[in-house]
Design a protein around this ligand. Structure first.
Ligand code: PLP
Ligand code: COI
Length: 341
C-alpha cells in the first residue's frame, strides 16, 4: 500500500478511513517480557498462520484522538483512560496487559512522528489513534497466547458522522455482546457481530442500529461504536447502565460536564418503551463525538426527538463544551487534555 503524503489530503473532506502514515509504534511480548517498543515505518505485520488471534480472537484495541489547537500545538484527550481501559480489556480476554506508561509514551511518539498529519485547527479533522494488540502464538487448541504484538497506528479523519445532523436509527433485533460476555471489553468479536445488523439497518435507510440489553431485550444498551444518551423533557441527562456496554470515555467526560451544566445526569436502565420521555437523544464516543439521533424505530413504531431535523440546544451546548475543551478553545478545569507542545 502506498504511503499517504500530506499533499494527498483534503483536510475538509477526510472521511473516516485508513491512511498509511510514515510512522507507527510497535512492541512485542516474548520470552515473558515486553521488548520496550519503538517507532517503525513498516505498516505490515507478519505472524504465523496458526496465530491465536486469527482463530480464537485474542485481539483488543483502543481509539483516541489528537486535536490541533488554534496556536498550532496539539492536544491529546485523556490518554490515561484509554491505557487503563485497554488493560481492563486485556484482563477479560486473558491477554498480556501493555504497561500504561508505555501506552502513553507510544501514543505521544506516534503523534509527534506524524505531526504534519494532524489536521489544521478549524477543519473539523483530527488525528485518530488506534492502539491494538494481538495474540501471535501458533495454537490449535483454544488457549491463551504466550506472545503478543502491540501496535499503535494513526490516521487523519474527519467527523465519523458529519456535523450535528440528527440521523434516524433502528432498534436491532440482534445482540452485539452477551449479558455477561465481552461487551465491556474493546475486542474485535463485538464489532464483527455488529457488521450484519449495521448493514441491514443501512439497507433499510437508517444511519445504523441501536442494541437492546441482550438478556431481556427491554432496555437500551448502546450503538455498535458509541454509547447512548437522552435528554428528558425536563432537562435530565440519562445514559444506560448495563454490564454489556463499553465504558465510554466520552460518556464519562459528558457525565461530568452535564453535572456542571445542571443536567443532573444519571446512569440508569432506560426501557425502550419509554424513549418518549426524551426531547433529545444522541450517540457519544471518540469517533462519533456527539452525533444526534433524530428518531428511533422499534417494532415498526417511530419515536422522533425534537423537530427531528436540528440538534437540540442541550446537545449543541454539550458538543460545544466537549469539543471546545478537546481543541483547547475552552479552559480545561478538569485536567483532561495533554498538550504535546
Ligand atoms: N461503545 C462502543 C461499542 C465503542 O466502540 C466506542 C468507541 O470507542 C464507544 C462506546 C465510545 O467510547 P469512547 O468514548 O471511549 O470512545
Ligand atoms: C472509537 O470511537 O474510537 C471507536 O473505536 C468506534 C469505532 C466504531 C470507530
Amino acid at each position: 500500500m502506498a504511503k499517504t503524503k500530506v499533499s494527498d489530503l483534503d483536510w475538509n473532506n477526510l472521511g473516516f478511513k485508513y491512511h498509511d502514515l510514515p510512522f507507527r509504534w510497535t512492541d512485542e511480548f516474548k520470552d515473558g517480557k515486553w521488548q520496550g517498543g519503538h517507532l517503525t515505518e513498516d505498516s505490515t505485520i507478519v505472524f504465523n498462520e496458526a496465530a491465536e488471534e486469527m482463530h480464537y480472537g485474542q485481539e483488543i484495541f483502543e481509539g483516541l484522538k489528537a486535536y490541533r489547537r488554534k496556536d498550532g500545538g496539539i492536544n491529546l484527550f485523556r490518554p490515561d483512560q484509554n491505557a487503563r481501559r485497554m488493560a481492563n480489556s486485556a484482563k477479560r480476554l486473558m491477554m498480556q496487559a501493555y504497561p500504561e506508561d508505555k501506552f502513553i509514551e507510544g501514543v505521544k511518539e506516534v503523534v509527534k512522528a506524524n505531526q504534519d498529519f494532524v489536521p489544521p485547527y478549524g477543519s473539523g479533522g483530527t488525528l485518530y489513534i488506534r492502539p491494538f494488540m494481538i495474540g501471535t502464538q501458533p495454537v490449535v487448541g483454544v488457549q491463551r497466547s504466550e506472545s503478543y504484538i502491540f501496535r499503535i497506528y494513526a490516521t487523519p479523519v474527519g467527523a465519523y458522522v458529519k456535523g450535528l445532523n440528527p440521523m434516524p436509527y433502528k432498534i436491532s433485533e440482534y445482540d452485539r455482546a452477551a449479558y455477561a460476555g465481552t461487551g465491556q471489553a474493546k475486542t474485535a468479536g463485538n464489532y464483527a457481530a455488529s457488521l450484519l445488523p449495521s448493514l441491514e439497518a443501512k439497507k433499510e435507510g437508517f444511519a445504523d442500529c441501536l442494541y437492546l440489553d441482550p438478556r431481556e431485550h427491554k432496555y437500551i444498551d448502546e450503538f455498535g461504536g458509541a454509547n447512548f444518551y437522552g435528554i428528558t423533557k425536563d432537562g435530565q441527562f440519562q445514559t444506560p447502565k448495563s454490564p454489556s456496554i463499553l465504558p465510554s470515555i466520552t460518556k464519562k467526560s459528558l457525565l461530568q460536564i452535564a453535572k456542571d451544566q445542571g443536567l443532573n445526569p444519571v446512569e440508569t436502565q432506560i426501557p425502550i418503551t419509554e424513549v418518549g420521555r426524551f426531547s433529545e437523544a444522541g450517540a457519544m464516543g471518540t469517533a462519533a463525538v456527539i452525533s444526534p439521533v433524530s428518531s428511533l424505530t422499534y417494532n415498526g413504531k417511530k419515536v422522533t426527538f425534537g423537530d427531528g431535523k436540528h440538534a437540540g440546544p442541550v446537545t449543541q451546548k454539550l458538543y460545544d463544551t466537549l469539543f471546545g475543551i478537546q481543541v483547547g478553545d475552552l479552559p480545561d478545569k478538569y485536567g483532561w487534555t495533554v498538550p504535546l507542545e
